[in-house]
Design a protein around this ligand. Structure first.
Ligand code: HEM
Ligand code: HEM
Length: 209
């Protein structure tokens, strides 16, 4: 008989609310791209939510805190190697490559607010580059959001869990079904363990390898 997968609370309400708030505002802003007052307010609101989330990453506790998931170069390289070899480890928090993507998404949103603001300043009157840069950053963001959503679906399938639902409920399965040598293989720290990594090489509690 398969052991049932207990769930563990990973994402707190601030992480979830800022995520879906930013996602909704950005998607709306990409659609309503007139540059008018609604567009500008949606963009500033998205940037404010990103700043709230960044502040929470510094002072909050749990898996949303940057101590738990800020990616290190070596961890990203190791993760990419494992993914290329077909067995990316499962993480309870963000995996290192996903975490890198999240930082890039936040930076792009803040850069969009900055270039949008700059494009309307008297200082840049008659200059096209702030507007052009704004457009390029916007389409880069759109492309990366596509990759981000595709990766969330792909990793959900690979590890037999629903990452999107987890971003809604905040809960993740504590220990996935063990597959023999499959991509889903991991050695869970168990439901009472810290919401960090559930894979080999074993990590000391609360730390990344
Ligand atoms: C999440 C944030 C934002 C996103 C995703 C975004 C996205 C876009 C996109 C897709 C366009 C059309 C670009 C084109 O057709 O080449 C655009 C245009 C524009 N955006 Fe934003 N934007 C954001 C924030 C802002 C902010 C905060 C401001 C200003 C305060 C702003 C001001 C403008 C202006 C003035 C235009 C029109 C540029 C033109 O006349 O060609 N945007 N934006
Ligand atoms: C403009 C749209 C979006 C942006 C800018 C965005 C950005 C982000 C960011 C920054 C995080 C990290 C959350 C945190 O730690 O606070 C994240 C996580 C996540 N996002 Fe999005 N997101 C967007 C849309 C979506 C959509 C449409 C989906 C799914 C349908 C999605 C699924 C997820 C999932 C599953 C996670 C958690 C990944 C994990 O478990 O490591 N996102 N996203």
């Amino acid at each position: 008989m398969k052991p049932s997968r207990q769930s563990v609370q990973v994402w707190d309400p601030i992480v979830r609310l800022t995520h879906w708030g930013v996602a909704a505002l950005v998607l709306w802003d990409l659609y309503e791209d007139s540059g008018g007052p609604l567009h500008r307010n949606l963009g500033y609101a998205a940037a404010c939510l990103v700043l709230v989330r960044i502040a929470w990453g510094m002072v909050g506790s749990g898996a949303g805190n940057f101590r738990e998931w800020l990616p290190r170069g070596s961890a990203v390289v190791a993760y990419v190697k494992a993914a290329v070899a077909g067995h990316p480890p499962r993480y309870l928090g963000h995996n290192p490559l996903g975490a890198l993507m999240m930082l890039v998404l936040w930076i792009l949103i803040l850069a969009l607010a900055a270039t949008g603001w700059m494009s309307r300043l008297d200082m840049f009157w008659g200059e096209d580059w702030p507007k052009d840069l704004h457009g390029v950053l916007a389409y880069l963001l759109l492309a990366l959001v596509g990759v981000h959503v595709a990766a969330a679906i792909l990793m959900s399938r690979l590890h037999k869990e629903n990452l999107i639902l987890s971003m809604v409920t905040g809960k993740k399965p504590a220990a996935p079904d063990q597959g023999k040598g499959s991509a889903g293989d991991d050695k869970s720290t168990g439901p009472s363990g810290p919401p960090v990594i559930t894979d080999s090489p074993p990590a000391s509690p609360g730390r990344r390898p």
